[in-house]
Design a protein around this ligand. Structure first.
Ligand code: ATP
Length: 350
């Protein structure tokens, strides 16, 4: 079950609204600048207490207003998130406060937009953060292990910066233990993701020879403990730890080369959508929870057939999805879903 009621006020150009989204596909259509992405942003905000468009939540507050709020109901829980000059306030089931990770777990969302091509085109940091976020949703132990690893890494790096080798090496044991836990959880997730991802890319991009592999952050022919030992001089010279899960990455290859150099824009988009849908599937399979998919401007860069294939996959996924479109015909195959029209900030069931 997804979000069954959604209300908000003061979000960008949107007038106050209250809607009852459907459990499957919800199409939000309207002209440029009508407020479609702002609606997805409001849904994201109630789950993650931040925006996917801006690092500054105050940019989301409608011009001339003091603040905004968004409220969502899902599976008997109500979460409300408000933002004003004093900051962000969260209420879960009528109680002030509430842990942000608890809310993110209860109201899980996944954005799929054109920005996501960065997962393929940017450096490893963006893929690592995707990986961490995906593992967080399915492995309750990950947050603790990753926190423990980062703490040991910070301490080790501080000692390396201060040229205190004995102090630095004293952290190795704890660092390696936390690294093994992080690595094992990431591997489990990748093993879950890859078959879904492969099925999708083979259907959508049948003429490409695509592979996805996990790189743990150190050379696979040695253990991390061995690697740290072998790299001590380098670590001291550079003043930081050169190997470990903080250097992990996902590698997309096409015909044996980096996929980003071989794929067209549309192909890149499909590869990334396949990854995000694989994550949604993995979460469903592992913890039985559907991520609410927020799909902005699916039609851009995709031909009609590919668009339809993606839509069928999203519909088949069975969870809740919000998709934006300029016109209702753009996403015709979603005929069975619920439709909303947004016009100059006014959102109405269509
Ligand atoms: N803080 C704000 N207050 C009021 N209006 C805003 C604010 N921030 C952005 N806007 C305006 O809100 C409008 C809706 O933007 P949004 O990105 O939601 O449109 P959209 O329907 O997704 O458009 P497109 O199809 O072009 O992507 C834009 O005209 C934008 O300038």
């Amino acid at each position: 079950m997804g979000i069954t009621r959604l209300a908000a006020e003061g979000v960008r150009n949107l007038e106050r609204f209250e809607i009852d989204p459907g459990d499957g596909i919800n199409v939000v259509f309207g002209e440029n600048a009508a407020g479609k992405t702002s609606l997805l942003e409001a849904i994201y905000f109630v789950s993650r207490t931040r925006s996917f468009r801006t690092a500054l939540p105050r940019h989301m507050i409608a011009a001339g207003r003091e603040g905004l709020w968004v409220r969502a109901e899902r599976e008997g829980h109500v979460v409300g998130v408000a933002r004003d000059a004093e900051g962000t306030k969260v209420r879960l089931d009528g109680q002030d406060g509430g842990s942000l990770s608890e809310i993110a777990r209860r109201f899980p969302v996944q954005v799929i937009n054109n920005e996501h091509q960065r997962l393929l085109l940017d450096g490893p940091e963006v893929r690592r953060s995707f990986l961490n976020w995906a593992v967080f949703h399915v492995e309750p132990d990950f947050q603790e292990a990753w926190g423990r690893y980062l703490k040991a890494l910070r301490q080790r790096n501080a000692a390396l910066r201060d040229q205190q080798p004995k102090t630095a090496w004293a952290y190795d044991e704890g660092l390696v233990a936390a690294a093994q836990a992080v690595d094992a959880l990431r591997r489990q997730l990748v093993e879950l993701l890859v078959p879904y991802w492969l099925r999708l890319v083979k259907t959508w991009l049948p003429d490409t020879d695509l592979e996805l592999s996990y790189r743990p952050g150190w050379r696979s022919e040695s253990t991390l403990a061995e690697r740290l030992e072998a790299q001590r001089t380098l670590d001291l010279q550079r003043g930081f730890t050169n190997s470990g899960p903080h250097r992990a990455d996902l590698a997309f290859r096409c015909g044996g080369l980096d996929a980003q150099h071989r794929l067209s824009r549309g192909q890149q988009k499909l590869l990334v959508i396949a990854l995000l849908l694989a994550q949604a599937q993995a979460t469903k399979e592992r913890v039985g929870r559907d991520l609410t998919l927020l799909v902005d401007d699916l039609a851009a860069e995709l031909d009609r057939r590919r668009r339809q294939q993606v839509l069928e996959e999203i519909a088949g996924f069975g969870g809740q999805a919000f998709l934006t479109a300029l016109t209702p015909t753009e996403l015709e195959p979603a005929g069975g879903g619920r439709w909303f029209h947004v016009e100059q900030g006014r959102l109405r069931p269509a």
